[in-house]
Design a protein around this ligand. Structure first.
Ligand code: PLP
Length: 401
């Protein structure tokens, strides 16, 4: 089918033309005297993205998975205990990665469709009288179920338990789209990838370490450190301080990152977060009011502003909606993973996005659902979203007046 492809998976997201243009350049010598003028400002700009003045940002040629590994292996010793909540495929995979690195993971199982419970974290930390737990692992936005957790509340729970554990946050599908405050929330290790809120192709594993995490890393180095070579932040620190990398960086991605960050700061991070909230509101209106279907996220407190996971009615397979949307309407939707495979499909609504792009995803999903026999009222999703956007816009105009 001619015409454009509609990419609505929750990452990779659409790359804006400005970023594509910025990446379209001849290769350069990454050891040239000019290179630091590209690299050095990037580290500073990333600190603004993470909202930290004291942390240190790192850019690995990797993905979010590599960032998971970087933050754990640079701060912990083999056999250390960490605490993690599991409520979706990505929180599960981080736990799996930690275990495969020889960490002991104390898992709090939460229902899929809910998120991290600050109370459960608090109780687990209070029970840990010896302070054996070295870090708490939190996925801020569980992309598999469309669930966001409250990182500030988790920090309060750790403080209330008077526990010294480090706080590590996976912000792969939230940072740059949903509010994140490294310093204010006392986050010690924050990670993301390039292909979601940063509107770039995959290929950069970005992380930020607090001073406390860097010091913990020094301690761990003296005491049975976890193995790492490629992800060793000491090698990075040595080269980065002069604006270089210990190995060959991806030049196009670095130029793209510079442009993407410029775009986010031009719009203003708070406006970017508000836009994501507003666009997500329209998608949720389509699902709940238009189609009268359910989200996987069980209550508004868990709703994600970057991805909506939509439960298909009993007797239908979410994979059939996705396949029909892709083959017939040129629309890419996200699949249900693991425990929720077949039970849902996901609309990603993050990155370089506006109302009409969301309406296309809604209408395409609706057509695909109807084609496979799911009974939703024709036009009901778009109508509900349209009403939401018009109402929300009117409200914003009233407030601005
Ligand atoms: N964490 C979350 C929340 C994710 O959504 C993803 C990927 O979608 C990852 C981690 C893994 O990232 P990557 O695929 O970039 O390795």
């Amino acid at each position: 089918m001619p015409g454009r492809h509609f990419l609505h998976v929750p990452g990779p997201t659409n790359v804006p033309d400005r970023v594509l243009a910025a990446m379209h350049r001849p290769m350069e010598d990454h050891r040239s005297p000019d290179f630091p003028s590209l690299a050095l400002p990037l580290f500073e700009q990333l600190k603004k993205l993470f909202k930290t003045t004291t942390g240190q940002a790192f850019i690995f040629p990797a993905t979010g998975t590599g960032s998971w590994e970087a933050v754990l292996t640079n701060t912990l010793s083999a056999g250390d205990r960490v605490l993690a909540s599991r409520f979706g495929q990505f929180s599960h995979l981080w736990i799996d990665l930690a275990r495969r690195h020889g960490l002991e993971v104390q898992v709090i199982e939460e229902a899929w469709g809910t998120g991290v419970s600050p109370e459960h974290i608090h109780d687990a930390l209070v029970s840990d009288r010896e302070h054996a737990i070295r870090a708490v692992l939190v996925v801020q936005n569980e992309t598999a179920t469309g669930v966001s957790s409250d990182v500030a509340a988790i920090r309060r729970a750790i403080d209330a338990a008077k526990h010294p554990a480090l706080l590590f946050v996976d912000g792969v599908s939230s940072i740059g789209s949903i509010d994140f405050r490294m310093d204010e929330w006392g986050v010690d290790g924050a990670i993301t990838g390039s292909q979601k809120g940063l509107m770039l192709p995959a290929g950069l594993g970005i992380s930020c370490f607090s001073q406390k995490a860097l010091e913990a890393g020094q301690g761990a180095r003296r005491n049975n450190p976890l193995r790492r070579v490629f992800f060793d932040i000491e090698d990075m620190q040595k080269a980065n301080k002069d604006g270089y990398f210990p190995y060959t960086p991806s030049l196009p991605l670095l130029y793209g990152l510079r442009e993407a960050l410029a775009m986010l700061f031009e719009e203003g991070l708070e406006n970017v977060f508000a836009r994501h909230h507003y666009l997500a509101g329209g998608v949720r209106a389509a699902v709940l009011e238009g189609w009268k279907l359910k989200l996987c996220a069980q209550a508004p407190e868990w709703y994600s502003d970057t991805v909506s996971a939509i439960m298909v009615p009993e007797g239908f397979n979410g994979a059939d909606v996705i396949s029909r949307a892709y083959k017939r309407y040129n629309l890419a939707l996200g699949a249900g993973l693991s425990q929720v495979a077949g039970k849902l499909f996901r609309i990603g609504h993050l990155g370089d996005l506006n109302e009409l792009m969301c309406l296309a995803a809604i209408t395409g999903s609706e057509m695909a659902m109807r084609d496979i026999g799911i009974k939703v009222e024709p036009g009901s999703g778009a109508a509900a979203a349209e009403e939401f956007y018009r109402g929300a816009t009117a409200e914003a105009a009233k407030q601005a007046a």
